[in-house]
Design a protein around this ligand. Structure first.
Ligand code: GUN
Length: 285
């Protein structure tokens, strides 16, 4: 039976570390601040935004919350981002995705000052991630790395398969694993022989967004299985991409949903906000 990697416990420890860093900054009269912008009233996004606010309180980060109507124009949103870029009390800016269809996500991402880009979605930060020189790491992939570290697993030399090639998770995840010296394969909807490729994986990371996508026949015995999926079932309960009950007896370690990767994303957002405050105040990280 696999070790269950406890994302709640690891994220709590990271938030504690972040709170200590924030307290140290307070002594220099710097209180890290995070602005979260939500456009429209997607209920899942509202829950995420509320969770971010709560995490800010735990960490001693000032939170600025903007809930804009769905019909907000792109120009109005860019104007707000421009004002937050100039506001010294705001160290991090996050626009909750997805945005309504009349707003171009790229225009929004490009408008955020790269030093305040706590999602690490801006092309400047994406480039640094590629180079391996980034200070701000994308929250979910960085959280997965923390989970792997917490379980005492060294990716060096291991075969890692990432399922999913999104800009938010799959692509940066593959890059971070490569920087940890794993041999990385990225699989996606056009991949042939997916099961055979997954069976080669010492570390399998799924970010597909489909319940029951990863089945027991795709798992190499003893593999580390990281489930990034957060899917809502018909009964309202959350589940991941991985058929947990069938996979856990085969895997060496596995993350549950909920309580695995999810809480890590917010913890890493808190870390990025404090890191951004240090960068903007020329304090060593
Ligand atoms: N929507 C889903 N995941 C994310 C994320 O990591 N950042 C932002 N800004 N929006 C999201």
């Amino acid at each position: 039976m696999a070790i269950i990697i406890d994302g709640k416990a690891v994220s709590a420890a990271i938030k504690q570390r972040v709170a200590q860093q924030a307290a140290a900054l307070q002594k220099q009269n710097i209180q890290p601040g995070l602005a979260v912008i939500l456009v429209g009233d997607d209920p899942a996004s509202q829950i995420y935004v509320n969770n971010k606010k709560k995490a800010c309180e735990v960490c001693g980060i000032r939170s600025f919350s903007y809930s804009l109507p769905a019909q907000t124009t792109q120009d109005e949103l860019l104007e707000l981002i421009g004002a937050l870029n100039q506001n010294p009390d705001v160290n991090g800016i996050l626009v909750q995705l997805p945005v309504p269809r009349h707003i171009q996500p790229d225009a929004v991402i490009n408008a955020i000052d790269p030093l305040k880009d706590v999602d690490a979605f801006h092309p400047v930060n994406v480039g640094k991630i590629m180079q391996g020189t980034a200070s701000l790491l994308p929250c979910t992939p960085a959280g997965v790395i923390e989970l792997i570290d917490s379980a005492g697993i060294d990716p060096a030399g291991k075969d890692c398969v990432v399922i999913g090639r999104s800009n938010i998770v799959g692509k940066p995840m593959a890059m971070l694993m490569m920087h940890r010296n794993a041999t990385v394969t990225i699989c996606h909807s056009k991949t042939q022989n997916l099961t055979a490729k997954c069976r080669q994986a010492d570390i399998l990371i799924s970010s597909v967004g489909k319940p029951h996508f990863v089945t027991a026949d795709m798992i190499k015995p003893g593999a580390v299985v990281i489930d990034v999926g957060i899917n809502r079932q018909k009964d309202g309960k959350l589940c991941g991409d991985v058929e947990f009950e069938a996979v856990a007896p085969i895997a060496g370690a596995i993350t549950p949903v909920p309580g695995g990767v999810g809480p890590m994303t917010i913890a890493m957002l808190m870390q990025n906000t404090v890191t951004a405050a240090k960068l903007q105040n020329h304090i060593a990280i």
